[in-house]
Ligand binder design. Structure first.
Ligand SMILES: [Cu+2]
Length: 300
């Protein structure tokens, strides 16, 4: 009776344990499926579908690397399985098999094969990366993107107009994307981003472009994209830059040339002409403010 009492609670506990694991796994998989505005399937290696020429290059490299890794994995798993089955311990077989060591051909094989694999992966990565950051081609549109704590300014260099961004107001209610700056890009035209920062390091990231680059004070970084699909895409800062880093959001609207031109004309009509200063020093502003406060304090 006592024995029974001790052993009986074990089984349900084990069942509960496996149910919890399955539950946690399915929750992780399902929540992964539910997040993200653009969802890719197996054909893109579950990356968001590419909406730029460069994005297609990234997707091909990503999927190719997975295929190569899975092919190597299949060979390794196959060899492990074969060893386990072919060299399993048989009945009445109590002796150790012949021990093999210092086998020169095998050692050369498992040195040369991984080096070859690294060379192949490195070659394709270096080739695609240099294409993605290549700025030798003449762009159709050049936009200076300025990162600032905690928003973005856009200087449309060819048209001499600008957009000023303010920090997103995140209340948990929908509609926050209407409060953040929007950058317009003409579809199927080469755009160059000239990236600068006024205060600290930021990172310009449009997830749908599958490409991002840092904005560093005192440095000018550039990259080019050719958007191939019209639509509105989300952008964000991808470098922790201070308290409201997560509020540093923007929109990118890829539109037809006529609509792009219309937006530029609207900015001009609103008086947003000229280019915003890149070298604004916030610390100077703060010093001025502090000295003003001191003067006011002295008066009071
Ligand atoms: Cu930032």
């Amino acid at each position: 009776m006592r024995q029974h009492d001790l052993s009986s609670p074990r089984r349900p506990r084990r069942r509960l344990g496996s149910a919890a694991v399955i539950g946690a796994l399915s929750a992780a998989v399902l929540s992964g499926c539910a997040s993200g505005e653009l969802r890719g399937g197996a054909s893109t290696g579950w990356l968001p579908p590419a909406v730029t020429e460069g994005g297609k290059t990234v997707t091909t490299l990503w999927v190719g690397a997975w295929i190569a890794a899975l092919a190597v994995g299949a060979i390794v798993w196959g060899l492990i399985g074969w060893c386990v089955v072919a060299y399993r311990r048989r009945k009445d077989d109590n002796e150790l098999p012949v021990q093999l060591r210092y086998n020169i051909p095998i050692e050369i094989l498992y040195t040369v094969v991984p080096i070859f694999m690294v060379i192949v992966l490195f070659y394709y990565t270096a080739r695609d990366e240099s294409a993605l950051v290549d700025t030798k081609k003449d762009p159709d549109v050049t936009i200076n993107v300025i990162g600032k704590q905690w928003s973005w300014d856009f200087n449309y260099l060819d048209d001499d107009v600008h957009e000023v961004g303010t920090q997103a107001i995140l209340t948990g209610e929908p509609g926050a994307s209407a409060t953040v700056p929007t950058m317009y890009l003409p579809v199927n035209e080469r755009v160059e981003f000239v990236l600068t920062a006024r205060d600290v390091n930021h990172s310009f990231w449009v997830p749908a472009f599958l490409q991002k680059m840092d904005l560093i004070p005192g440095r000018v970084n550039r990259f080019q994209v050719v958007p191939t699909q019209e639509g509105t895409f989300r952008g964000k800062c991808a470098e922790l830059c201070g308290a409201y880093h997560s509020h540093m959001l923007f929109n990118v609207k890829v539109v037809a040339r006529a609509e792009y031109q219309q937006h530029i004309d609207e900015l001009r009509a609103k008086g947003q002409t000229g280019l915003l200063n890149n070298s604004l020093n916030r610390e100077q502003l703060m010093d001025d403010q502090i000295s003003n406060e001191n003067i006011d304090g002295g008066k009071g």
